[in-house]
Design a protein around this ligand. Structure first.
Ligand code: ADP
Ligand code: ASP
Ligand code: MG
Length: 918
């Protein structure tokens, strides 16, 4: 373990132990041994000594590396060479991932060598993760955690092995000796921080900037190795910045330009590799441009050189319409205006540091964001707005460029009637916020002046609330202010686009998309810059909100995650229909249905991106897992990129139906042919419908009555347009329709039932059809849909199962004994025939008398009900408008194909409710 004493026993170090241990100023002196010399100490005698010792050592090194210790503030000897500025310069910036390994650094060198610009300045970040490692060293040392030593060894090893891969000969020797020297100084400094238990900001900045110093030296050595004359620049000698109160820095352009000219006069080269991230204060104290600041460095350098363009190389194809890690369907933006890029980065698109735009905008220098791993992608060009103009005609979508989010925020709401019309309240609020140094990310005030609400980072909200409580103590006590309320766990979602806020319809569409995803908006702000609309959401809603608005504006397709429950006869047929139709729906109707899960009662199949429906049966068998409904629902709903979810219940299970309420509450849409929920207990039904009406969540059940026939939708259409339903009467059972259509003279009832069973028209036990229970459920569904508040037990049913056979233990026995009772129905048929009528088993909803019933009735031979064939359903609506002649819907009302078709059309209805184009 290298100890503090061993560090100071090095004869080149002339500092006293006492000084190192107790005086931060002396810690800065120690820092002066490092390759980047803190300039303000160069005038101190001690410092001079170390500086000289450094110059002596320099003889063994390449002159390029010794440039790091050149004192640009002295520089008397060198002759001034004028720095050329303008289009001949192209500036590149390579982010941490671009220089993350020796292979990647080689790749970067190739790009530099292939750029045929006359002059190039290349800004480079630290190797990926290195800045984090450096911050971690500080953190460990000041927490008195000895493992900072091994962590520093890891930093050394990372750079040493990279250098061994890349360099050889003198270049390698110089780099390694510089690296070892820096590391031993850092070790001494960290030891001092360890002893003091504290690191000042400038100390921290000094330590963490080493990543850039090393990567710039590595890269420049490699470029030189390839035969190109190249200098590396320690930007602390050039960039001068003033710290501001809000943990940011402002470049001092005039001074930086002078220093650049001075630097150039001693280091003329057509290729310059400069450190990103680091700079100096006007007092020559090393500082940084803060996290991710290398983008900013490159923009400042571009501005100082009046460069032709600044290319920022990173690991994505350009600026996406949303963070590609959160929205897999995000698309690359070809162009962005400076303002749009600024807004996107301010609101969290970390592809670009938010301050990058300002320096280049002054000189109209375009920024190109490009992917180092995909040179064929043209990237995103950020420039003046004019380039966008040709997109304006493309409709609302082109007004919104992208979306970004900021997490870990809290809202503070200062509320009270005493605020209205009182000048200075806002200023007092924000004074108090400023006093605790909190960063206000957005502000919103209703014009009633009743409340002011603003967002601050979560970690700052406690101090802000306390400051406000104390600042407004008197007003709170007097009741002029009613509260200072903190709403934690919020996120900001910002939509960015030139002029979007002033274009009618954009914000409506945005809020609509959020409402449809069942997301509650806590606060809203629209900058009068008209470049963004900002909404505050609950943190857990943020990603879903982002995806919902993104898909609404960007994909233009309605994407719905589908979960199928019950892949039996109907569910399976539906899956096959979906398989055959999804591509067409996507291409022609912009509806993107993705089956994310299929569950039976025993096995379920889950997918993150959509199940391959061509193989769903084998996949369910081979890759299915044990079915757990809760897990299934969670998976289909929380899969993190589809804004809408629909669960399709293809079972006849009341247990599944009992979950609808909970699902709708969660924002999950429900589509089903299952009659159990709508024919179950009235209070639960009413609750379900109330919930459906209050929210933007949809519940469709067309196939519960008449399979695919438009019965519920016809009824709804009549009601919604103000018609009054008087009576609904119909043959609702395909089985009973078949039986009575074929129960003609010469045939017995039992014979027809046996035939129907044989042909698969009946349930396995025909009593399930003959009892009339199923028809009764359909009648109650229609009765309730028409506004009657009835229980299932309020509907009398005439069962066709003879009383003595109801208790028969098996279907077989029932079928065997049924002929014994043929006489009864034969008599009824004879009476009807004698009167010129037929028997039909019907359900009736009598809205006037507020009742429903299921019974065997007779109809004249010319009545539409008497004209049926096969297993057709027929439903007659008598209404105020259709009084003389009822409105009749007729057609096949049973069977897997038509029932699944009815469910499918409900799913498409949902898509159109969610905004799919018609
Ligand atoms: P570098 O180290 O090159 O500076 P960063 O990690 O700082 O790279 O920035 C690039 C990353 O920014 C991308 O990998 C991407 O995940 C993220 N990012 C967030 N929002 C966006 C966006 N809208 N467009 C592109 N990338 C984004
Ligand atoms: N290396 C610095 C950081 O990680 C600066 C940068 O990469 O932009 O924050
Ligand atoms: Mg970055």
């Amino acid at each position: 373990m290298a100890s503090f004493s061993s560090a100071i026993s090095n004869p080149r170090h002339v500092l006293s132990q006492k000084a190192l241990a107790h005086d931060a100023k002396h810690m800065k002196i120690c820092a002066s041994h490092c390759s980047a010399f803190p300039l303000h100490f160069q005038r101190s005698p001690i410092c001079r000594m170390s500086f000289i010792s450094r110059l002596e050592r320099k003889e063994t090194r390449k002159p390029q590396i010794s440039a790091s210790v050149t004192d640009t503030t002295v520089g008397k000897s060198s002759e001034k060479v004028k720095l050329p500025k303008g289009d001949m310069w192209s500036v590149h910036k390579f982010g941490g991932t671009c220089v993350g390994s020796s292979e990647r650094i080689k790749n970067v060198a190739d790009i530099i060598l292939n750029d045929d610009s006359e002059r190039k300045l290349v800004v480079v970040s630290a190797m990926s993760k290195v800045t984090d490692m450096m911050y971690d060293l500080i953190y460990k040392a000041q927490s008195r955690d000895e493992s900072y030593i091994s962590a520093l060894d890891a930093v050394l090893e990372k750079h040493r092995s990279t250098a061994l891969d890349l360099l050889d000969g003198d270049e390698l020797g110089s780099f390694l000796s510089q690296l070892h020297h820096d590391i031993s100084n850092l070790k001494a400094m960290l030891r001092a921080i360890y002893i003091a238990g504290h690191a000042t900001e400038s100390f921290t900045d000094f330590v963490v900037g080493h990543g850039e110093l090393w990567s710039a030296q590595l890269l420049s050595s490699l470029v030189r190795k390839n035969g190109v004359d190249c200098q590396w620049m320690d930007t602390r000698e050039v960039l001068v910045v003033n710290p501001t109160s809000s943990n940011q820095v402002d470049p001092v352009y005039a001074e930086s330009e002078q220093r650049l000219e001075k630097w150039y006069s001693k280091n003329q080269a057509k290729t310059i590799i400069a450190t990103g991230f680091i700079a100096s204060t006007p007092q020559n104290i090393p500082t940084t441009l803060k996290r991710d600041g290398s983008d900013f460095s490159s923009a400042i350098m571009g501005a100082l050189l009046r460069a032709r363009q600044v290319t920022i190389w990173t690991d994505v194809d350009g600026v996406y319409s949303a963070d590609p890690r959160k929205v897999s369907e995000a698309v690359i933006l070809k162009t962005l205006s400076y303002q749009e890029a600024w807004e996107m980065s301010y609101f969290g698109a970390n592809v670009l540091h938010p301050r990058t735009i300002i320096p280049v905008m002054r000189y109209d220098i375009p920024i190109i964001i490009r992917n180092i791993f995909n040179l064929s992608a043209p990237g995103t060009k950020i420039c003046r707005a004019a380039a966008d103009m040709d997109e304006v005609a493309q409709g609302l979508e082109s007004y919104v460029k992208g979306f970004a989010t900021i997490d870990n925020l809290a809202l503070v709401n200062v509320e009270g009637t005493g605020m209205a019309g009182v000048p200075g309240t806002a200023s007092a609020i924000f004074d108090a916020v400023k006093a605790v140094g909190a960063n206000v990310i957005m502000i919103s005030q209703a014009s009633s002046e009743h409340s002011v609400c603003f967002a601050v980072p979560d970690k700052e909200v406690k101090a802000v609330a306390e400051a406000l409580q104390s600042r407004f103590r008197q007003a709170l006590d007097a009741g002029r202010l009613s509260q200072v309320q903190v709403i934690p766990n919020c996120s900001i979602l910002a939509a960015v686009g030139q002029k979007m806020a002033s274009t009618p319809g954009v914000s409506a569409t945005l809020f609509n998309a959020l409402a449809k995803a069942n997301i509650n908006v806590r606060a809203i702000a629209q900058g009068c810059s008209e470049y963004n609309i900002t909404v505050v959401l609950k943190r857990e809603d943020c990603i879903r909100g982002l995806r919902a608005v993104h898909s609404r504006f960007y994909l233009s397709r309605t994407t719905i995650a589908v979960g199928i429950i019950g892949p039996g006869l109907i569910g399976g047929t539906l899956l096959d229909q979906l398989r055959d139709q999804t591509a067409t729906l996507k291409e022609e109707f912009n509806i993107d249905l993705r089956v994310m899960g299929i569950t039976g009662s025993r096995t379920m199949l889950l997918s993150d991106s959509g199940i391959d429906l061509a193989r769903w049966r084998e996949l369910l068998k081979e890759e299915g897992e044990k079915a757990v409904l809760e897990k299934f629902v969670h998976h289909v709903h929380e899969n993190h990129f589809i804004p809408n979810t629909v669960l399709v219940d293809c079972t006849a299970d009341s247990g599944i139906a009992s979950h609808y309420n909970d699902w709708l509450r969660k924002g999950i849409h429900v589509v089903t042919p299952n009659k159990k929920a709508n024919s179950g207990p009235l209070d639960q039904y009413l609750k379900l419908r109330a919930l459906q009406r209050q929210s933007y969540t949809h519940y469709f059940y067309e196939a519960t009555v008449g399979a695919g026939l438009p019965i519920i939708s016809t009824l709804r259409g009549l009601l919604e347009t103000g018609d009054r339903i008087l009576r609904i009467e119909g043959i609702f059972s395909g089985t009973l329709s078949y039986i009575f259509n074929n129960f003609i003279s010469g045939r017995t009832f039992s014979e027809v039932v046996a035939e129907a069973k044989q042909a698969g028209y009946t349930e396995p036990d025909p009593r399930d059809d003959l009892s009339g229970t199923d028809v009764r459920r359909k009648v109650i569904i229609l009765a309730r849909e028409s506004g009657l508040k009835l229980e299932l037990s309020d509907i009398p049913v005439e069962s066709l199962v003879p009383e003595p056979l109801r208790a028969c233990p098996s279907a077989e026995e029932f079928m065997q004994k049924l002929p014994q009772f043929d006489h009864d129905l034969a008599t009824k048929r004879q009476i009807a025939e004698d009167a010129g009528e037929v028997l039909r088993y019907v359900g009736v909803v009598d809205v006037i008398k507020q009742k429903g019933e299921v019974q065997l009735r007779t109809y004249k031979k010319d009545h539409p009900f008497a004209q049926l064939s096969g297993s057709d359903n027929i439903i007659a609506f008598t209404t105020r408008r259709y009084k003389e002649q009822p409105l009749i819907v007729r057609g096949p009302g049973a069977g897997a194909e038509v029932t699944a078709g009815g469910v499918f059309s409900d799913i498409l209805r949902l898509a159109s409710y969610l905004g799919a184009p018609s």
